[in-house]
Write a protein of this length. Structure first.
Length: 278
């Protein structure tokens, strides 16, 4: 549930921030009558995201090669998650100016509804793709993480834009990006594991890739097993598993090292907190 909460919280917060920027700009430019169009766009984007999620889960329920589906879904989630993290690290600082520039051109109601729908649905699409691998494994926990993440994001967004609470959003996105890199690495590893299992069922010989790299020997009924109460938390957040194939080790830790380096370099060697204190 924690990984699902983190992903949903961040995506919902980004969507809430975007909507708040649009509404604030409309108020500042005496276009308050168009705020209704913004909410229409938001409502349509939420509806589209829910429908998309239902379609994906429906497809999974009717497919026989579930390992292949889970592997591809995990890889797709990693690709989108990585692009989102890197985009926020490199372009996020200019997000307000970019949104206001586009809203200034969306004069008629249909254009504003369309723009709001696109920017919010993008966050919804990313959330659906990210949560699909988790929902396949644990639908109940994923739904709990989804709901609590949305509620938490809306509360924080209200505190920031409604009450005026000061928070360094770049610092928030910096540290959440680092944590999400670990989550994505775990997804990459899980997807690799599922694809290896599918290949084995198909009778393919993958050589050393399918051989066991390590086995901690922790029994499945232990709380420290990756399906246990404690182990499952580390499994979602850091990709922990009591047993891994060489293919999973190479993909998971290779992704982690490369992506973490790129994200840290994009944000700079010095953390946003340290820079703010100078």
């Amino acid at each position: 549930m924690i990984g699902q909460f983190l992903i949903t919280f961040r995506e919902a917060l980004e969507a809430a921030i975007i909507v708040a920027i649009i509404i604030a700009y409309l108020k500042r430019t005496d276009r308050e009558e168009q705020i209704r169009d913004v909410w229409i766009g938001v409502g349509l984007s939420v509806l589209a995201s829910v429908v998309l999620g239902a379609i994906i889960l429906g497809l999974y329920g009717g497919i026989e090669e579930k390992e292949l589906f889970e592997g591809i879904a995990s890889y797709l989630a990693v690709i989108v998650l990585t692009s989102m993290i890197y985009w926020m690290a490199t372009k996020g600082r200019n997000i307000r100016a970019e949104i206001e520039r586009k809203v200034s051109k969306a004069i008629n109601p249909l254009a504003l509804v369309g723009f709001t729908f696109i920017v919010v649905f993008r966050e919804g699409l990313e959330t659906v793709l990210f949560l699909t691998p988790f929902a396949i494994q644990d639908l109940g926990g994923t739904l709990m993480g989804l709901v609590s993440g949305i509620i938490g994001a809306l509360i924080l967004a209200y505190l920031i834009y409604g009450v005026g609470m000061r928070i360094n959003l770049r610092t928030f996105f910096y540290y959440s990006s680092i944590l999400l890199v670990f989550v994505a690495a775990g997804l990459a590893g899980y997807g690799t594991h599922e694809l290896i299992e599918w290949a084995e069922e198909e009778g393919m010989n993958l050589g050393f890739i399918e051989e066991t790299a390590y086995n901690l020997g922790i029994p499945e009924d232990s709380v420290f097993h990756h399906k246990g109460v404690i182990g499952s938390i580390f499994a979602v957040l850091f990709g922990y598993s009591v047993k891994m194939e060489w293919g999973r080790v190479i993909v998971q830790f290779g992704y982690l090292i490369v992506t973490l380096y790129l994200v840290l370099r994009a944000y700079g060697q010095e953390t946003p907190t340290a820079k703010a204190e100078k």
